[in-house]
Write a protein that binds this ligand. Structure first.
Ligand code: NDP
Length: 289
């Protein structure tokens, strides 16, 4: 493909799309940009980007077309009139796995190769080597192989399979785990409010959560082997007993326990089913149909 491998079009210049386009520009790629509100392209044009007047024009400008819009509906809207035949369409707009699979079929019906992406970063991490930023990619393995160098410019790129929905699934699984962590942090700050300085408490919280995060490897070993008692150091019977102390403390401190009780209820159900010698892996099964 020669020269075309150094050329990219970026559609969507919000906080994330703008950072990504800027990373390609800085790396010397011939970068064409488009944004619904045209004024948002101006700073990038000042840095050397070419502005396309329409989304279709931006698509026509490069073989590699990267779309970073608000949601899946905006992608369909923006690309409605674009000729995607022969294009490599990389959609890094956040969506569900189902959205990604539908969008992959839609793109393939229009003659494009398709890759879906889930961005594991915030905009200031983009284009910064060593920031830890990466994007999960899934979909066309050939597209990923052919465009790997370009895709590795704004951040690292991790390919997670030919099923177009896989990147979104990995992305959302990590965000869901983060949601649980944020819930736990909110409860901990509420408990200590007025008693400990938040600034002094925060490093303790980070240290403890970092130490405990490794428990995921134990859960993985249980799920892979089918033996949920493997290497258990803190058993469920003990933990359910311990939960009562957590709840009584919340009550003493006048803090709502509503963020804790849904998970605790599942632990109790697993214990009641006779699994006191496991840890919390069995909760995974209770969530499945
Ligand atoms: P912004 O809100 O900053 O930008 C949204 C972009 O979508 C703008 O370019 C906006 O255009 C465009 N847009 C919205 N609706 C339409 C439409 N109907 N047709 C055409 N364009 C439209 O969002 P971000 O850049 O932060 O996020 C973009 C994607 O990146 C999202 O899917 C987000 O989930 C994902 N992401 C963002 C992260 C972050 O921390 N920011 C982290 C990880 C993923 P206009 O300027 O005209 O409004």
């Amino acid at each position: 493909m020669g020269h075309d491998t150094e050329r990219v079009s970026v559609l969507g210049l919000g906080a994330m799309g703008g950072a990504i386009a800027r990373a390609w520009l800085a790396a010397g790629y011939e970068t064409t940009v488009w944004n619904r509100t045209a004024g948002r392209a101006e700073p990038l044009v000042a840095e050397g980007a070419k502005a396309a007047a329409t989304a279709a024009e931006a698509v026509a400008a490069s073989g590699l077309v990267v779309v970073c819009l608000l949601d899946d509906a905006s992608v369909g809207e923006a690309l409605a009139d674009a000729d995607l035949a022969g294009k490599d369409l990389v959609n890094i707009t956040t969506g569900t796995p189902g959205d990604a699979r539908d969008r992959a079929r839609w793109a393939s019906g229009r003659g494009a190769r398709y890759l879906d992406g889930g961005i594991m970063a915030v905009p200031p991490m983009i284009g910064v080597p060593g920031s830890g930023a990466y994007v999960f990619y899934s979909g066309s393995p050939d597209l990923f192989a052919d465009r790997q160098d370009a895709l590795g410019v704004p951040s690292a790129a991790r390919y997670v399979g030919a099923d177009a929905g896989s990147a979104a699934l990995h992305d959302v699984a990590l965000l869901s785990a983060m949601t649980g962590m944020f819930a736990g942090m909110a409860h901990a700050f509420a408990l200590t409010r007025g008693a400990a300085s938040p600034k002094q408490f925060a490093p303790l919280l980070v240290e403890w959560l970092t130490a405990m995060a490794g428990a995921a490897h134990g859960t993985a070993a249980h799920l892979e082997s089918g033996d949920y008692t493997l290497g258990v150091t803190s058993n469920l019977a003990m933990m359910v007993q311990g939960n009562r102390t957590l709840l009584r403390t919340a009550e003493e401190q006048g803090v709502s326990s509503e963020l804790l009780t849904p998970f605790m209820a599942l632990m109790e159900r697993r214990l009641a089913d006779g699994h006191g010698d496991e840890d919390t892996t069995g909760v995974v099964d209770l969530l499945l149909p």
